[in-house]
Design a protein around this ligand. Sequence first.
Ligand code: F6P
Ligand code: MN
Length: 302
Amino acid sequence: MPEVTLEEHLHEVKDHEAAKLISEIARMSVDIRMEFPQRMAAKKGEENKYGEMAEELDVWTNNFYCEEFKKSGLVRAVYSEELKTPVRFSEDAPFVVTIDPLDGSSNIRSNNPIGAIIGIYRKEIPTTGRSLVASLYKQYGPMTTLVYTAGKGVHEFVKFRKGKMRYCLVEENIRVPEPGKVYGMGGSPLKWIPKFREFVKYMEEEKKMKLRYCGTFVGDFNQVLHYGGMFAYPALIDKPEGKLRLFYEGIPMANIIEKAGGLSSNGKISLLDIECEDPDARTPLYVGSKELILELVERLRR
Ligand code: F6P
Ligand code: MN
């Protein structure tokens, strides 16, 4: 198979500035990955706006992205899971970016996969996910991969580093398989809302699906994109809003799953249709193969 680099692939993206920004974000992974070993055993950083103790690596990664976004001249504002208030740069720059700079940071110490999730808008936030220009995630697993959509299709690349660093195409126009094979769910099963708990039992006993859960949204999402099935961080009995963040995590990934023929939901509607004024809001989140998500939403409604 002829090698297609990310740069070559991005030539097809109509929005040239968005293509440039995606390419810049890909380049940033070199420094970020090199930083992991020396910070893996570091002490906790500081408390973030969600009252969670951020790891030192979360803080470093967030600062690194912000500095690089500023230097790129392409970003006018960054809304980050790790920032108490958004940062703004030149008002002439074209994009507003949302970022979860280091998804799954409780996996740093155990060296399980971690990742990054990014949404790119021309409009100001708050807006709905329908106005995303592009979204992408990076997975730092045994290999570093990058999955993006810039309107048409979902494409996956893997990072090589022999000579000059480059990302090469692994799969173009990924489609979420039907019926799905795997499922992975966050939160304590004892706290899941009862209808959701019943649905998990149904997936296991009747659909014969297989449980696989790594504890990093990016990793759990990536397996659903490739094998089909469902990832959920559901509404909980004592926390109906769930845990995951609508803008930083939910919407960019919902855009990817839906562009790949799957579906996203908050239990009622697509995450892309939610109108929400609070950039820091959480949401119950269900993403995966289309038929399965439709079935789940129907059962949650009854
Ligand atoms: O960003 C939050 C996160 O780390 C996600 O990556 C992951 O899906 C979730 O938390 C796991 O939460 P829990 O440990 O509660 O299952
Ligand atoms: Mn996260």
